[in-house]
Design a protein around this ligand. Sequence first.
Ligand SMILES: NC(=O)c1ccc[n+]([C@@H]2O[C@H](COP(=O)([O-])OP(=O)(O)OC[C@H]3O[C@@H](n4cnc5c(N)ncnc54)[C@H](O)[C@@H]3O)[C@@H](O)[C@H]2O)c1
Length: 466
Amino acid sequence: MDITGYAYIVGGGSGIGKDTALAFAKEGAAGVAISDINLDAANEAMKEAKAVATNPNFRELSLHVDVTNEDSVDVGTRQVVDLFGRIDYCLISAGIGIPGAKCTSEVDAGLFKRIMDVNVTGSFLVTKSVGNVMKSQTPTPTSIVKKERAVTRGTIVHMGSSASYTAGPGRCPYVVSKHAVLGLSRVAAIDLVKYGVRVNCLCPGWVETPLIEDKKVGLVNAVKNLAPLGRLALTEETADAVLYLCSPRSSYVNGCGLVMDGGTTVLEPTKASIGYANHDFPIAGLRRVQRNITTFDKEGKSVFLSADGGDHQHVMGDKQAIQMIMYSTRETPVNLNGDVDVEKAAEKRPPVFYPNGTVLRMIDFAPDVEGPMHRVMALVYGVILEGIFELTLDSGEKKILREGDIIVQRAAAHKWKNITGNGTMPGRMLYMLLDIEDYYFNENKVEGYMGALAKEHENEGRVPSK
Ligand SMILES: NC(=O)c1ccc[n+]([C@@H]2O[C@H](COP(=O)([O-])OP(=O)(O)OC[C@H]3O[C@@H](n4cnc5c(N)ncnc54)[C@H](O)[C@@H]3O)[C@@H](O)[C@H]2O)c1
């Protein structure tokens, strides 16, 4: 790729930065400098880079830099220039993620400032410091023949994210910081181009690095379902993209936010829901819940009998939802003697509801799923456990229900739509269904109907038509 100059990787002790440093060394760079707030990690990464370097005169430097501190950034840049004489390629990969999702109104202001400090101010300080070096250094000749293409004094690559373009719920500080990094990259690209310095922003979706380690299990499942490529990106793939943006092959690419997310952000949310529920309960992206059932010990004291995730898991629709039965009783009052009720509950999947009994049903909905209009002739207590749902009644009345909101449906004809994250995220509801007496409207008996849901309950014994 015509990588012959000196690379400076900021935040190169781990993840994307580290593997990009290795790729520069492999591709023939004259030298690689790796800085990081974690000097040990930078030293270790440097050892690996040295081991794969292919340039016979390969030069190396690892150093401590805290990108939030201007002096530290400037001292680091000077050290690199003192050794290499110039900086041809700079990747600013120092960055931090957020510990967990939180509604914007609940985000800790200290955390918000810290993310801005590292991701935004850090990227700015390095751009300023390295930009000043690049704009005054001699242009490098490259092997590309056309002289208009060959003139470059240096290239800078920022680390944006698909979150530079999209906004996921609960990710306020990260999304804001990555929008800002893209803005920084664009304005720096316009400012520095007159000096022969190109600036671009790489915007990956989820990449397999330590940054996402704590979220990895849920993420792998969610990304498998959401990303058309069906997996997380590899750091060697982000490294390839950085090398392209740094090489003269991308000589006409400037101020670009290069989205590399396997096609996720261009996917329509409705398409994302089809086939989403092709895994075990819970649906990808939702918490695994624990069902705890009690019994009595020999002294009549209450003890836990079992703990599991529920029974009779059943994928619904076009793999767009999964139901799990948390408990059911075939009669009221319930006979607890000898734990017969526990056996009965485990024995078979209950119908929509049991005449004279109870059914506690949990349903995980894929993103953007809208169920059909239907009426169950039962009293239904519904609780939103995760996400945001739109409930529409047959009169046309609508309500938005959020986590913790409760609906008491008295044989209502209704339909649900999962609108969590504007149709990009899964949601979860819990329903308790209780039998009712026949109900008459204007002396006509009101009947239940299940619409497209009927086929979901075909093999469950009695479907209610009282
Ligand atoms: N991993 C992903 O899924 C993903 C996706 C899109 C964008 N990104 C972005 O890519 C960049 C690199 O992420 P990663 O996944 O390789 O993370 P990582 O945690 O593996 O590496 C980040 C590095 O930055 C260093 N760092 C943190 N604070 C620093 C500071 N103040 N000064 C200097 N160095 C500091 C860390 O020590 C670490 O070595 C980040 O900006 C991240 O937001 C990551």
